[in-house]
Design a protein. Sequence first.
Length: 154
Amino acid sequence: MSSELDSLYQEIILDHYKNPHHQGLRDPFEAEVHHVNPTCGDEITLRVHLVDGAEGPVVQDVSYDSVGCSISQASTSVMTDLVIGKPLDEALSVHEEFLTLMQGKGKVEPDEDVLEDGIAFAGVAKFPARIKCALLAWMAWKDATTQTLEARDG
Ligand code: ZN
């Protein structure tokens, strides 16, 4: 990876860290989860609100309250940008794509069309200790979404 690309990525992460999108806990919601990343001290409380669309559930809102390092905070902001307003199927495939990027040891080429600002975390994938920071919000979202779907189906 070129150093220009590295600094561009750092700029994107810093920007989301300073100005996090969709921050705060909002109503209504179907599930609320609390996840921690003990190795770094990152914590997040996250709520999911799904509504029924013509083709299935739609991610109407994801709201959160979080503390932690710049990577965890920026990743949370980027994640909400990527899933809010999307059909759930599509949001879940973005989740898969981000997971693949983070587990790629820095060797997976990120798809900007799918991941948008999420590509900035490509460099983080090279540092195993930081991967959990970047994935914290995504795992919390998946957990809350699963709980919401189970409650609906139950
Ligand atoms: Zn962290």
